[in-house]
Write a new protein. Structure first.
Length: 334
């Protein structure tokens, strides 16, 4: 990914305060297996700080924070979420510390998503196929071709519901790039697609043969497929016209009990060392100097630079969400 950027740690006084605080509470939509390499690496570097991770979906994260701050009990020091709209609303409510990490000076402009909000990874949405039911040489390489195939295998193609932040992010990013041509593909897939609430059910049914193909699947599935028995059954690919990259946002909260520990954790996430640990969890690092099979160069090699769909949050995403959701629901008869 090019020449490594210089290390940009926090100042010694902030690190000392963080270590005195001694703990960090993180609310995240990433599962425990994804987070384990990150928390292990952070605690190895900063042994005085114990990380507690609570895994929940984005809606639960922000609702829990609101409830806890209203009642005066301890709440998250750092939140990590994929839902662009919920995160931007969280910022608008004054719930985020407007903190600019020193790493930002050496990261691309799209790293900063909003005041105090930064992307710790740029995670793709992929297509996954059951290779026993669709051989690799016949697996569609783009969403338009998958939409065509779906007509002949109606009900054997699956995706997740638009209420899932990753699904909404995929649809909004894809249609923001491709406009009406993109919506045409989405609307062609709609009548032929089964819809699941989450990626777990989607991939399980794919492995069991209830689905032959799935699309807009969370990129974390890549680590589960490679090197496992699942690789004999499942194959993932980056669709050349349909691989949105969703920023997984992190922010230090205004009501953090350990604000300096929160800043230190964000600083670690954005460092080369932290990005390398993120790769081990199946996240997609984007910083120069990180070697990762799931990194941006691997995606670019398949889809091409012009199809990366990379650039932070889509413009006017808060205002446009209702119309995007309504149009998707009409296409999928939900």
């Amino acid at each position: 990914m090019g020449k490594a950027a210089p290390a940009t740690p926090l100042d010694p006084k902030t690190i000392a305060r963080a270590e005195d605080q001694g703990s960090l509470l993180l609310y995240t939509n990433a599962d425990a297996d994804q987070m384990a390499p990150l928390t292990k690496a952070f605690e190895a570097k900063y042994a005085a700080i114990k990380v507690r991770v609570l895994n929940m979906n984005d809606t639960q994260t922000f609702q829990r924070y609101a409830t806890e701050t209203a009642t005066g009990v301890r709440t998250a020091d750092v939140v990590m979420a994929t839902d662009a709209v919920d995160m931007l609303n969280f910022v608008d409510k004054g719930s985020v510390v407007d903190y600019d990490d020193p790493n930002l000076a050496h990261l691309p402009s799209y790293a900063k998503l909003a005041p105090g909000v930064v992307a710790m990874s740029e995670d793709p949405l992929v297509a996954v196929y059951n290779t026993a039911l669709i051989s690799k040489d016949k697996q569609p390489k783009d969403l338009k071709s998958l939409a065509e195939l779906s007509k002949s295998i109606k009900g054997k193609v699956g995706t997740t519901d638009i209420s899932n932040p990753q699904s909404f992010g995929a649809v909004s990013n894809y249609t923001a790039k491709h406009g009406e041509a993109g919506w045409k593909n989405i609307e062609a897939l709609g009548p032929n697609s089964g819809v699941e609430s989450g990626n777990g059910n989607l991939v399980q049914k794919l492995a069991q043969g209830q689905y032959r193909a799935t699309y807009f699947v969370a990129g974390s599935v890549r680590a589960l497929i490679e090197g496992e028995k699942a690789a004999k059954i499942l194959n993932y690919t980056y669709l050349t016209d349909g691989t949105p990259l969703l920023p997984r946002a992190v922010a230090v909260t205004k009501k953090a009990e350990s604000p300096d520990a929160g800043k230190l954790f964000v600083n670690f996430l954005l460092s080369v060392e932290g990005q390398q640990a993120a790769c081990k969890g199946g996240f997609t690092p984007y910083r120069d100097g990180v070697k990762c099979a799931y990194g941006l160069p691997a995606i670019e090699a398949v889809v091409g630079k012009d199809n990366m769909m990379l650039g932070g949050y889509p413009k006017d995403i808060v205002k446009n969400k209702p119309s995007i959701v309504e149009r998707w629901k009409k296409a999928y008869d939900r």
